[in-house]
Design a protein around this ligand. Structure first.
Ligand code: ADP
Ligand code: MG
Length: 699
């Protein structure tokens, strides 16, 4: 039955070698990312039907999917709101109605009293008795022995035009190839690992999941907790882990400048600060300092909740590079943030005689050329800009350190591109990546296995948690009064408008409308507006006015999400918070609670689903970014926590980073064992699961 296979690798055998798969079906399959026979085998059923035994009618419950057999007792057409054909069957244990809304005369005349039927369908509660609506059925004669299915019937996730019957015959053929040539699906997990983690062999697991025996627990299969499923998820997670680790191993073979000699600068900065570093800041700063003295590039991710004080830690790292006569680039996701970093860095470093510049899309012509030439000749030590900086034609005299702020939107590819950037001198810069999105530890170890991770797990002293309330927007008037009262006391407030992210135009409009309304309602206040469609200079001016206290109330879109620091702001209203993920809400809320005043956040929803209600109640219950991220992960999946880019790279076929979190520690251990003792297995494993995406394992 199997095609004549010359290739010795299932991932090189096109689906079209399977009988019945022509170009049209191949195209349909390609929509699901299925191109090879291996892809077919790794495309697992999402659920199963049990057609392996006939169930007594008397034992049926609503919701069961069953095969039943019985003799027709009564056939009747009912005229009601919808004409329907009702067929009552009985098997001695009870009776059941088959209901058809669409039927032909021929069909009706075949369903007469005394005829025996075998039916398959889902049991529902009908008006008078249990029913099967539009069941599949077949006739059989008294005394016939009609075989039932021997395995559970797989139901595959599908795409338009591909029927379950096609899936079944296609997987049947793919499995037949394996029967003839089992070696085609090579086992890359050494026996040692299978034994240690109690995992079935790959071949066995694949066969099992496509055709499970009738006695298996369907519940377990549905949950994804069956050992055969775990085995495949394990291997996939392992492949991802190995590819990231290889990347990290490579780091160690690349040369980076050894940076030391910044101690006196660091001392001077610390002495000038109005505060003392927290012990978490000190610890992380010294971890970074240790990395910078190595001769291979640092790749370190610093996680710290909003307001934990990452910027000063970055500045200390910058001083170490500058003290060693190297330059530093600092990048932020928005101009607003970049500008704030610029101001911080200028405030801290210029008194020490260090030249800090910035470069954005706005700098054009002569000014731009001047900055570029000062970078090239080394007279500028620190350049601050947006993430676009690294795509531009910027040449450095001696780049030693790149700092990337709020990097959860930054994936492995960008990290690599940045590494290439500095490579001109034969040495690549150290990378320090900072994120305010706390990522649960096991997840971080999977998504960022190419990075070392430090956590600033302590807030500066004196911070008060932001008291959060969740109220409907029908109470807008009360909320406006709250804003008035806060501002009367000399505080400031944010009013954040959210809309579905894709439509920036609509979002800006909503903010404009809100601003007009609030300015009318609160004539005694100075109200400002920032959104993404303002010119950078305008935005900057408004932020400055808010920071200096000229404005009392700032209406904004989510552009203020990251990093903006105005300690006197103590009240934040967020409209339609139900549209945002928790991580994003937490970021937004982190804009208040930065000063000494008691701070408040009002989540003013329009309508709440159960899921949204649960999410918002978490915001009310805790200010702990890690707890919030963990919840977000459970409720919205890794996309929200890691950012879409990162998630795209972490797209898995079978494994689920959230559901399979418990496997991750074992996966990490297994990756170590493979790389150490079975290095020749590493590449084929990565290739099997990451395919094209493997280029990032070999850059
Ligand atoms: P984030 O981690 O969110 O980037 P920032 O670096 O913007 O936080 O710091 C938030 C605020 O806390 C800033 O005003 C900063 O000057 C201040 N800060 C940082 N570290 C300390 C500290 N150890 N003690 C008191 N205030 C601090
Ligand atoms: Mg920050």
């Amino acid at each position: 039955m199997a095609a004549n296979i010359k290739n010795n690798n299932l991932d090189e055998i096109s689906v079209t070698t399977l009988q019945g798969i022509g170009p049209r079906n191949a195209e349909r399959l390609a929509r699901l990312g299925i191109n090879t026979v291996q892809d077919v085998l790794f495309h697992l059923p999402s659920r199963y039907q049990d057609r392996t035994r006939v169930v007594p009618i008397g034992s049926l419950r609503p919701g069961d999917q069953v095969v039943v057999e019985g003799k027709i007792e009564l056939t009747d057409i009912k005229f009601g709101r919808r004409r329907s054909l009702l067929v009552q069957i009985a098997d001695g244990s009870g009776s059941l109605i088959l209901r058809f809304f669409h039927f032909s005369t021929a069909q009706k005349s075949n369903l007469t009293r005394g005829v025996r039927l075998r039916c398959y369908g889902e049991v529902r509660r009908g008006p008078t008795s249990l029913e099967l609506v539009h069941p599949e059925y077949s006739h059989f004669e008294e005394g016939d022995v009609v075989a039932v299915e021997e395995t559970l019937t797989p139901i595959y996730p599908t795409t338009e035009g591909m029927h379950q019957l096609s899936w079944r015959s296609m997987t049947e053929r793919a499995l037949a190839i394996l029967d003839e040539q089992p070696d085609l699906l090579h086992e890359w997990l050494p026996q040692e690992l299978l034994d240690r983690y109690n995992l079935p062999a790959l071949l066995e697991a694949v066969r099992f999941l496509h055709r499970p025996p009738p006695d298996v627990s369907q519940q377990q299969l549905l949950e994804g907790s069956h050992p055969a499923q775990q085995r495949l998820a394990f291997e996939e997670l392992l492949a991802h882990q190995i590819s990231l680790r290889k990347l990290r191993q490579e780091q160690r073979s690349i040369a980076a400048p050894v940076l030391f000699g910044g101690e006196s600068l660091e001392k001077a900065l610390l002495a000038a600060l109005p505060f003392k570093l927290t012990s978490a800041q000190q610890r992380v700063a010294s971890e970074i300092s240790g990395d910078l003295k190595q001769q291979h590039p640092m790749m370190r991710l610093v996680q710290g909740d909003v307001g934990s004080g990452k910027t000063i830690v970055a500045a200390l790292a910058a001083l170490q590079a500058i003290g060693a006569d190297h330059q530093v680039v600092m990048m932020a996701p928005t101009e607003l943030l970049a500008e704030q970093h610029l101001r911080n860095f200028q405030g801290w470093l210029e008194p020490l005689g260090i030249n800090v510049a910035w470069l954005t899309g706005r700098h054009k012509g002569k000014r731009r050329e001047q900055i570029l030439s000062e970078l090239a000749d080394g007279s500028v030590s620190v350049i601050v800009g947006t993430h676009a900086l690294f795509q531009e034609d910027v040449r450095f005299n001696a780049l030693g350190l790149a700092i990337i702020d709020e990097q959860h939107r930054f994936g492995v590819h960008q990290r690599l591109a940045l590494r290439e950037k500095g490579a001109a001198s034969g040495k690549v810069p150290h990378q320090l990546i900072m994120t305010a999105t706390p990522i649960p530890r096991t997840l971080a170890m999977s998504a960022y296995a190419d990075l070392d991770v430090s956590v600033i797990d302590e807030l500066p002293p004196g911070r008060k948690p932001v008291a959060t309330v969740v109220i409907p927007d029908s109470r807008r008037d009360e909320v406006i009064i709250r804003v008035r009262n806060a501002c009367k006391e000399g505080r400031q407030a944010y009013w954040v408008c959210t809309l579905i992210e894709e439509s920036e135009v609509l979002q800006c409009q909503a903010a404009e409308d809100a601003e007009r309304l609030l300015a009318e309602a609160l004539p005694e206040l100075q109200v400002g507006l920032v959104h993404g469609r303002l010119k950078a200079t305008e935005k900057e001016q408004i932020m400055l006015d808010f920071k200096s206290g000229k404005l009392d109330l700032l209406v904004a879109t989510t552009v203020i999400e990251v990093g903006v620091d105005v300690p006197n702001a103590s009240l934040m209203i967020i409209e339609n918070p139900e549209r945002l993920g928790l991580a994003q809400l937490h970021q937004l809320r982190g804009r208040v609670g930065r000063g000494f005043a008691e701070s408040h956040c009002v989540l003013m929803y329009h309508a709440l689903s159960d899921n949204a209600r649960e999410r918002l109640s978490i915001m009310r219950a805790t200010n702990d970014g890690f707890a919030i991220a963990q919840k977000d992960l459970e409720l919205r999946g890794p996309g929200e926590v890691l950012g879409t880019r990162q998630t795209g790279e972490m797209q898995m076929r079978i494994a689920d980073l959230v559901y399979h979190q418990p496997l991750l520690p074992q996966v990490q251990q297994a990756a170590e064992i493979i790389l150490e003792r079975y290095p020749s297995h590493a590449t084929p494993l990565v290739k099997r699961w990451l395919g094209q995406k493997t280029e990032y394992g070999s850059v």
